[in-house]
Structures are given as C-alpha cells and as structure tokens.
Ligand binder design. Structure first.
Ligand SMILES: Cc1cc2nc3c(=O)[nH]c(=O)nc-3n(C[C@H](O)[C@H](O)[C@H](O)COP(=O)(O)OP(=O)(O)OC[C@H]3O[C@@H](n4cnc5c(N)ncnc54)[C@H](O)[C@@H]3O)c2cc1C
Length: 378
C-alpha cells in the first residue's frame, strides 16, 4: 500500500476487510438483483463502529485519518458498491454537522449517528440545480423561532430511511451561493416533508435514492452555523466526499482486476490458459498500473485531508482519475471474461453498472476538470 497505517488503524482495516469479505460480498449480488436497500447491513456495520469511523472520538467515532478512512471505504466498496454508497452518504451528512454546525447540534446528533443508531442523508441536488448548486430554488424563511423550508430535492441517497437529513436552502435569494444555508430536518417527526419512492437506477441498486418535496417548519437551532455558510460547508464536505468516491472506485476496480486475474488463469482456450496470451498479460498490466496511479492520487488527497489543509484540487484529481480509471479497468476485466463477463453469472456487469454513477455524482468528471483548470489558471 502507498501509505503507512498505524497499528490501531491496521487493526480496524483488518476487521473491516474481514467483515466486507465474509458478510457484504456474499450478499452483494442479491442486493443488486432484488434492489434490497443496503440498510440491511446497518446494524452489523454499527456493531463494527463503521458508521462513525470518520468522526472525532468525542462523538464516539473512530477518528480515522484520511488514508485509513480511504482504505476502509475501499474495502467496503470492493465487496458491495451499494453498501459503500449508503455508508458514504451517511458520512456526507455527519461531515456536514461536524464541519458546519455548532457544538449543541453536533452533541445532540453525532453520538447516535456515530453509533449507527441513526442514519443521515445529504440533500443538495435539485431538479434545476445539479452541477451548479448555487442555482438552487429551495428557500428558508425565518418564522419566529423556526425556519420554513420550502422546495424540492432529487436523487438523495438514504433519504427514505434517514433519521436526519442535511437540507440546503437559500436564506437570501439575491446573494447566490453566499445566500445558501444548511439545516437539519428530522423527517420522521416533521410534517410537510415528503419523501418519494426509491428511484429506479442503472446500478447501486441497493443504495437507494429519493426525491424530496417540502413545505415544513424546522426549529431555528437546526441551522448549521450561521445563515449564508451552507455553500462553504457543502464544498468542504464534498472535498471529503470526493476522496471517498475515489475509494469506492478503486475498491470496485480492484475487485474487477482480481476477478480478471483469477479468470485468466483458469480459462482454457486451445489447451492454454488465456493468461498465457501476451495481449491479455499486457491488458492486466495496464489495469494494475491504472489502479496504482488512481490509488496514489487518492492517497495524496487523503494525506492532505488529514493535515487539515485545503485539498479541493487534490480531491478533484483523485475523484476524476479514480472514477475514470475504474471504468476502464472494469471494462477490460469484462473483456477478459469474454461472453461470460456479459452475463449476470459473473459480477463484471454489476461492477460496471455500479461504477457508472461515480463519474457523475458529487461533481461530474467535467466539474472536476473545471476545478483543476481553475487552480491551474489562478
Ligand atoms: C445514484 C445517485 C445518488 C446521488 N446521491 C446524491 C445525494 O445523496 N445528495 C445529493 O445532493 N445529490 C445526489 N445525487 C445527485 C448528483 O450529485 C447529481 O446528479 C450530479 O451532481 C449532477 O447533477 P445533474 O444530474 O443535475 O446533472 P447536470 O448538472 O444537469 O449535468 C448534465 C451534464 O452537463 C455537464 N455539465 C454541467 N455543468 C457543466 C460545466 N460547467 N462544464 C462542463 N460540463 C458541465 C455535467 O458534467 C453532465 O455531463 C445523486 C445522483 C445519483 C444518480
């Protein structure tokens, strides 16, 4: 591995790896086939401490540093992409609180979230504001000791089972991104907050996504930080999230590469294992090189994240390269499986379907290129 983990971190990663291999991997195809929500694994993940692995110890979290967290998500994703998506959407919500909210809100919500007693969701995207959240139309208006939140969101992972959702809305419509604030909504006890059915998606079928429609009141103390700080919080959270998307990508890519190596060694054509063909050996070598490069960029971002410095550009490099490379790797792994790779008897087609959204969500590849170019041209 490119970075060194402490003994304690290695112990945690070993536990996560065992759990991923023994519990998540055997059920991954079933989750996909039946679109079973990955919350199926919630209590087991909670027992392992996984749901709070990103949070400070004072809230009951494991306070893992950037590289160890990256590695944990990679292990989960390699076993089950849907479960990794559910887990990382929860991290987006808890990171929002940790990075954007005051102590009172954190102390009220984070211990249960870290313990896995509650599930979080992060609601930024709207039907008319995906890549450019500053265009959002949801508004929040102060009414005595509450805010009235009015608007809609789409593609919100976890929302249907969430105990708390971080919802972004404009408190000042004239101020663009600086007018955006973030609020915690507890949907199970909030009237006027409607959650639609699970969307039918191409992949990550166990990582459910929902639309939201709301005209509801939330207590004023549910605002994260001050009015107008929501966009800044969202961007910091997405810097973290993009490293976790890179981890999802390299986790699935590693599973695809392992499957291709295994298959190439046992598949016989004309009395030879196909692994003997130099063309396929070179393909495997290119896949492994691409994976190493993706991990190196992700490690760079994860390491910088753990220093507390700004790492938006490193995060963009990591997400862009890892998600595009993982797509290439899984495609080549399917190629090595021949026609069998195209069937549902092998996991390759699932890997490709699960990987496809990673090039879109939390900022598409085009948006990552824009972030990198902005830094180059600054
Ligand atoms: C399975 C799934 C889970 C999701 N989970 C969440 C979640 O939990 N929370 C949440 O808030 N959102 C979530 N999303 C939403 C996701 O983040 C958005 O779909 C994504 O940000 C893209 O927005 P959009 O779909 O509106 O695409 P658009 O913004 O309409 O983009 C369309 C195309 O235009 C390109 N484009 C846009 N702007 C530019 C530009 N400036 N330069 C060049 N190209 C550009 C894009 O790259 C894309 O190719 C999820 C989506 C899915 C499908």
């Amino acid at each position: 591995m490119i970075f060194t983990l402490s003994d304690d971190e290695t112990l945690v990663i070993d536990q996560v790896t065992r759990f991923a291999n023994e519990v998540l991997a055997p059920q991954a195809a079933h989750l996909d086939e039946t679109s079973t929500f990955a919350t199926l694994h919630l209590s087991a993940m909670a027992s392992l401490g996984l749901m709070g692995i990103n949070l400070p110890e004072k809230y009951g979290g494991a306070e893992l540093s950037g590289p160890a967290l990256y590695r944990a998500v990679e292990q989960v994703a390699g076993a089950c992409g849907s479960t990794a998506s559910m887990l990382t959407a929860h991290f987006l919500a808890t990171d929002s609180l940790h990075l954007g909210a005051g102590a009172a809100l954190c102390e009220r919500l984070l211990p249960d979230a870290a313990a896995g007693n509650t599930l979080g969701a992060f609601a930024l995207t709207e039907p008319d504001a995906g890549s450019n959240p500053a265009d959002m139309r949801s508004v929040a208006t102060r009414e005595d000791d509450c805010y009235r939140l009015k608007g809609s969101k789409c593609f919100i992972s976890n929302a249907g089972a969430a105990d708390f959702i971080v919802v972004f809305a404009k408190t000042d419509r004239a101020a663009g991104a600086r007018g955006i604030s973030a609020f915690v909504v507890e949907p199970k006890t909030t009237s006027g907050f409607d959650i639609g059915p699970n969307e039918r998606t191409m992949g990550l079928k166990g990582g459910h996504v929902f639309s939201l429609n709301f005209d509801c009141l939330v207590p004023a103390e549910n605002i994260l930080g001050d009015e107008g700080t929501g966009f800044k919080t969202a961007m910091k959270v997405l810097d973290n999230g993009r490293v976790e998307v890179a981890a999802q990508a390299t986790g699935i890519a590693r599973a695809a590469l392992d499957a291709a190596i295994e298959y190439a060694k046992q598949r016989q054509i004309g009395g030879h294992a196909i692994a003997e063909f130099q063309g396929l050996q070179w393909m495997l070598a290119d896949m492994a090189t691409d994976l190493q490069a993706a991990r190196a960029l992700a490690a760079q971002a994860a390491l910088k994240r753990s220093t507390g410095q700004r790492f938006s550009t490193e995060s963009a490099y990591a997400k862009l390269y890892a998600t595009e490379a993982a797509w290439r790797i899984a495609d080549q792994a399917l190629q090595i499986h021949g026609g069998y790779g195209y069937t549902r008897d092998f996991p390759l087609e699932r890997y490709l379907r699960d990987l496809r959204i990673l090039r879109i969500y939390e900022g598409s590849s085009e948006i990552q290129r824009s972030i990198i170019a902005r830094d180059l041209l600054a």
